[in-house]
Ligand binder design. Structure first.
Ligand code: NAD
Length: 508
């Protein structure tokens, strides 16, 4: 009997022993920077001619890891190897597969600070953000392991005299897993272990901005006893080998999390049936957001300001759930801006290996440019910059937390996902107007409402069309099992990560 699922607690770094452990892990990781890592197909370690480097966003020339660039031929081999392994892996018992996940979770728990230290270097997460990412990855292993045990129970069926009927879940086949860089451990691990525990085999193609942490996780899978070929680790440019693994006739489904543009491309390509393909591919595509927090006139303004600032600037605003729009009732508009600016001024932008940094660099040069372009668009669209003294790309890709007030609904920075530390503040006439503005984008991922009025809370529940709606709290920080995660419209395919799906409801 496994125990009931509980979320992994976050580490309290105000305790000296925890801070000391993190500093030691950071030193260890620093001594291992710049190493080269192979592709792993069917357990075989493979080096290629062309290489791909991952860099520290806060120290732009510091190489975190050197990786192989898979060729199309190797990409095909990865899918074919996963397909061969599927014939064996599909026959393993669900509880054996769940046990593998529990062993991986235990290993990750032992090496928690080390895994976090890799993310601090590779994607610019602060201590707290990295710790949250590692905790979520542990949660996914513990949660999906338990879910597999539940799915393996007989489903309730109507009895028919003289018959013994069964309804069972069976594995699908080869899953191509394509994660983003922004939760480079949690989302990558979550999508991978969900596939593995359900008896599928995987081609894992991590983001080129975060391959090292993915490799460290892959090593844990091996150490925990995963047979060769169940997960095949394949780095390379998404644009170069992405199509090959998506198009392959032996690919059964694609699990993708990333931008709308790439997600839609995958959905379209996966719909085409290729020679030798005898199924319709499934795609789970979890994509971007343009998340809003509504602050009504009757809200607790201090709480609302804290929630807005945490949601807008945590991990530099690079969360799909980040608040990029604060929609504020006109009666409290200026006092709210004051409070938001006051809290933002306390953010300490710096090198995330320092415990004192509460925000750091954005992921890469391309993002640095795009985000700065959006700030310019915000200004030229009539926005008033009330916080944000600019950016500095010299040593790393640092952008100050930026707040643009008086943004008009419908403006570019109010509609498009920026994925950086930029908050647009929009004035609403009343609660109706605020809801209308909040819903008026192509996305529908997360949202929050601050109000003390039960009727407005009820209306928000019914009318604020987002996958994850929070009342009187920030719109980031979903917990596995507690806040099943996934959005509507262009935010995704309406699936939910970390959810107990309703079937089977009872043992038969
Ligand atoms: P991205 O779309 O640029 O890349 C995602 C992955 O796709 C990477 O591994 C990349 O290498 C790969 N890729 C690129 N081109 C490809 C192609 N042609 N074929 C196959 N794969 C290809 O996204 P990103 O910058 O890594 O992540 C940020 C985006 O992810 C944001 O839009 C964010 O909102 C979204 N996101 C969504 C969720 C969610 O749950 N909805 C969670 C996290 C991030």
């Amino acid at each position: 009997m496994v125990s009931e699922f509980r979320n992994e607690p976050f580490t309290d770094f105000t305790r000296e022993e925890n801070a000391r452990a993190m500093r030691a892990a950071i030193e260890k990781v620093k001594s291992e920077l710049g190493r080269e890592y192979p592709l792993v197909i069917g357990g075989e370690r493979i080096m290629t001619e062309k290489k791909l480097d991952s860099f520290n966003p806060a120290r732009r020339t510091e190489v975190v890891g050197r990786f192989q660039k898979a060729t199309e031929e190797l990409a095909r081999r990865a899918v074919e190897t996963a397909y061969e392994t599927f014939s064996i892996w599909r026959r393993t018992r669900p509880d054996e597969r769940a046990d593998l996940l529990f062993r991986v979770a235990a290993l990750m728990r032992e090496r928690k600070v080390e895994m976090s230290a890799w993310m601090i270097h590779e994607v610019g997460k602060t201590w707290a953000e990295a710790d949250g990412d590692t905790a979520e990855a542990i949660d996914f292993c513990e949660f999906y392991g338990r879910e597999m045990i539940r799915y393996a129970q007989p489903a309730p069926l109507t009895k028919v005299e003289g018959e013994d009927n069964r309804l069972e879940y069976i594995p699908l086949g080869v899953g191509v897993v394509i994660p983003p860089w922004n939760f480079p451990l949690a989302i990558m691990a979550g999508m991978t272990v969900a596939s593995v525990v359900t008896g599928n085999t995987v081609v894992l193609k991590p983001s080129s901005d975060a391959p090292t942490i993915a490799y460290k996780f892959f090593e844990l899978l091996e150490e925990a006893g995963m047979p060769p070929g169940v997960v095949n680790f394949m780095t390379g440019s998404g644009a170069e080998v992405g199509d090959t693994i998506v198009d392959h006739p032996k690919t059964r489904y694609v699990a993708f999390t990333g931008s709308k543009e790439v997600g839609l491309r995958i959905v379209e390509r996966a719909a085409k049936v290729h020679e030798g393909q005898i199924w319709i591919k499934r795609v789970v595509a979890e994509m971007g957001g343009k998340d809003a927090i509504i602050v009504d006139a009757d809200a607790n303004l201090d709480d609302a300001a804290t929630g807005v600032v945490q949601s807008a600037f945590g991990f530099q605003g690079q969360k799909c759930s980040a608040c990029s729009r604060a929609i504020i009732h006109q009666d409290v508009y200026e006092p709210m801006i004051e409070r938001i600016v006051e809290r933002t001024a306390k953010i300490n932008v710096g090198d995330p290996s320092e415990q004192s940094a509460t925000m750091s660099a954005v992921i890469n040069e391309k993002a640095f440019k795009t985000i700065n372009d959006y700030i310019e668009k915000g200004k030229s669209g009539g926005g008033r910059v009330v916080a944000g003294s600019g950016s500095d790309g010299e040593q790393g890709f640092f952008i100050e937390p930026t707040i643009i007030a008086d943004v008009k609904a419908g403006n570019t920075i109010e509609q498009e996902e920026i994925f950086g530390p930029v908050l647009a503040v929009i004035k609403a006439q009343n609660f109706n107007d605020a809801l209308r503005i909040a819903n008026d984008t192509e996305y529908g991922l997360t949202g929050a409402v601050y109000t003390t009025d039960p009727e407005k809370i009820e209306r928000a529940r019914r009318e604020f069309h987002v996958g994850n709606l929070y009342i009187n709290r920030k719109c980031t920080g979903a917990l596995v099992g507690a806040h099943p995660f996934g959005g509507f419209n262009m935010s995704g395919t309406d699936s939910k990560a970390g959810a107990r799906l309703p079937w089977p409801l009872h043992a038969g």
